[in-house]
Design a protein around this ligand. Structure first.
Ligand code: NAP
Ligand code: F7E
Length: 339
């Protein structure tokens, strides 16, 4: 089986590469060139997997690149993971977010339609499309109320995929994935920002962790579990839309507390709102709130109802919230010591 992964150098690309390697797929990874020729998470893959990935350099915004690629390769499966994926950045740079996430997605689906219509296509949609939902929990029938340029761009991609699936009979699955994290999560996302800071603080390499909204609540799972769901969506009868998530909500505050517990530090909180601080037992200020990390709008109160994926794909989130935090902190502790 031949696969193409866009966004292979990101978090999900890392776990999906491992999964497809285990399943003996031929893997072509799309990477955008940068001046240092670094390849993101690909560099963290075991040697035998790296060796098997064929990198093709190209940018999502280049329609001609995808047309030539699909005409030449005609893969069995294409996982379209590449995106400007950071919600905070999308408020500062909505235009480039739309270029990459909307026009870029159109380039991918058009190339599949024109040059390789039998390719099965996965699109990385998101729970962010629910924004401020009217009902909880959310499933495939819940209406969308996006609350960021990122969410708007992903909703455009989602509807484009649905339209192409119905209009042209293409095999396309939209994964409406809730937050999923890991030891290779980008450092600007809150979970990794916390696990890295906790490890550095424990080792005396950082004094304080500055965060935004400590009361923000998310449905957090482990990325490795979720990429298995992506694969299942392309290997189960017909293309469809599926919600993947844990069905559990936790606050950023809880994440902080458990991450510090992992290194033997108990956090207690004092003050309110932007003056709130987190202190250790010996009175050291280890956590501060910084307004700069708040967003103009927050998507809150959303929670996955993954019963369709559970029933049809037999998919389940396997890793608990505590296990996730434990593995992230353990990995960052190791890296902090090595540096
Ligand atoms: P990520 O770590 O931010 O990876 C994004 C990938 O897209 C990177 O490989 C990045 O390349 C690539 N990319 C960005 N702009 C590009 C462009 N113009 N041309 C080519 N490649 C480009 O994201 P992730 O966490 O793995 O998520 C994968 C997908 O799922 C994304 O579409 C995201 O929006 C979506 N999603 C993620 C979550 C989650 O919780 N992780 C939840 C729902 C949906 P560089 O390495 O060069 O930056
Ligand atoms: O924020 C709050 C922040 O940036 C999580 C992407 O993969 O999942 C991800 O988007 C929460 C938000 O992820 C800080 O306000 C508090 O409520 O880790 P995040 P995200 O915005 O949920 C969705 C499903 C995707 O689709 C996206 O691609 O944490 N928060 N303090 C903070 N967030 C950050 N980044 N930094 C802080 O200091």
């Amino acid at each position: 089986m031949k696969s193409i992964i866009t966004g292979i150098s990101g978090q999900d690309g890392f776990f999906l590469s491992k999964l497809l390697f285990e399943k003996n797929y031929e893997i072509i990874g799309i990477v955008r060139r940068n001046s240092s020729m670094t390849t993101g998470t690909i560099e963290k893959l075991p040697h035998e997997i790296k060796e098997k990935i064929r990198i093709e350099y190209g940018d999502l915004t280049d329609a001609g690149f995808f047309a030539r690629l699909l005409e030449r390769e005609k893969p069995d499966e294409l996982y379209h993971l590449a995106a400007q994926s950071f919600v905070g950045y999308s408020f500062q740079n909505p235009a480039s977010t739309y270029d990459v996430n909307i026009s870029g997605t159109l380039n991918v689906v058009n190339a599949v339609k024109e040059y390789s219509p039998n390719t099965k296509l996965y699109f990385a949609a998101t729970s962010e499309m629910f924004g401020q939902p009217e009902s909880t929990p959310q499933n495939e029938e819940t209406s969308f109320k996006p609350r960021s340029p990122y969410a708007v761009s992903k909703l455009a991609g989602f509807w484009t995929m649905k339209t192409y699936r119905e209009a042209y009979g293409m095999f396309i699955s939209n994964g409406i994935l809730f937050n999923h994290e890991s030891e290779v999560r980008g450092p600007e996302f809150v979970t990794r920002k916390i696990s890295m800071a906790v490890s550095r603080i424990k080792n005396g390499k950082q004094l304080v962790l500055e965060l935004g909204n400590l009361n923000a609540r998310k449905d957090w799972g482990y990325a490795k579990d979720y990429v298995y769901g992506m694969w299942q969506m392309l290997n189960n009868g017909t293309g469809d839309d599926y919600v993947l998530g844990t069905g559990e909500l936790h606050t950023v505050r809880e994440f902080v507390e458990i991450a510090f517990q992992e290194v033997g530090i108990k956090i207690h909180w004092e003050g309110e709102n932007e003056n709130e601080i987190g202190l250790s037992d010996d009175g050291k200020i280890l956590v501060k709130v910084n307004k700069a990390f708040f967003r103009p709008l927050e998507s809150d109160n959303y929670l996955a109802d993954a019963s369709k994926a559970n029933n049809k794909l037999k998919w389940k989130s396997k890793t608990s919230f505590k296990e996730l935090i434990k593995l992230m902190v353990k990995s960052d502790l190791q890296q902090t010591i090595e540096k």
